[in-house]
Ligand binder design. Structure first.
Ligand SMILES: [Zn+2]
Length: 208
């Protein structure tokens, strides 16, 4: 039975190992060989404290429940989920808590194929507060060059996925630029910050 992460286990996990654990978990997920866990037992084990080894910034998309697709249990990973996996000051603050105060060793910015938020940004959709969120994805849309005649909206699936990938890259740059706390930890090798793309057709995650 797979146990939750303890303080000792978390301390032993290097940034590189943290990424490796997520890769292995996704491999198990796509091979239908998820580890056996007693989640209620893990609730008891984590009642007095948590020692997650990674923090994942991902989209709210219902098809990508992080603990499921990386085969993790209770207390293993932090999740920051927001449409289009962007960062703002609240999410940066959450990541600073996860890494500086709670000991996580890696931040993964997880984009995905067929992202509705990215499609909305490509189409310049407007709706209430969503408009402001989609504005944060515009630099990624603008950052994907296309040849003349190529359609730059949600009808072009390849364009949409290229924008998602670009957005992961820009989100990582934003984390480093806008969080001196995390940037310093990254520079010192205390944490790694990596991008990854999840394919909604296969469940497979490709790390950058
Ligand atoms: Zn999405």
């Amino acid at each position: 039975m797979e146990q939750t992460k303890t303080k000792e286990l978390q301390e032993q996990i290097t940034p590189a190992k943290a990424i490796e654990l997520l890769k292995e978990g996704n491999d198990r997920f796509i091979n239908s060989s998820r580890l056996e866990r007693n989640l209620l037992e893990q609730v008891e084990q984590t009642a007095k404290g948590q020692y997650p080894f990674a923090a994942i910034v991902s989209c709210i998309d219902s098809r990508i429940p992080t603990e499921v697709v990386f085969d993790q249990g209770i207390g293993d990973v932090f999740n920051a989920r927001v449409a289009g996996n962007i960062v703002n000051e609240d999410i940066l603050g959450s990541l600073e808590f996860a890494c500086k105060l709670a000991g996580s060793k890696a931040i993964v910015v997880l984009g995905h194929t067929s992202c509705g938020a990215v499609k909305g940004a490509c189409d310049d959709a407007k709706l209430g507060n969503l408009t402001l969120l989609l504005d944060k994805l515009k630099p990624a849309v603008d950052g994907v060059p296309t040849s003349q005649g190529v359609v730059r909206n949600s009808t072009n699936a390849a364009f949409v996925d290229a924008v998602s990938l670009k957005n992961v890259e820009l989100t990582i740059a934003n984390i480093k630029e806008k969080s001196p706390v995390l940037n310093e930890m990254f520079d010192k090798g205390e944490i790694d910050i990596v991008g990854a793309m999840y394919d909604v057709k296969t469940g497979k995650t490709v790390f950058g």
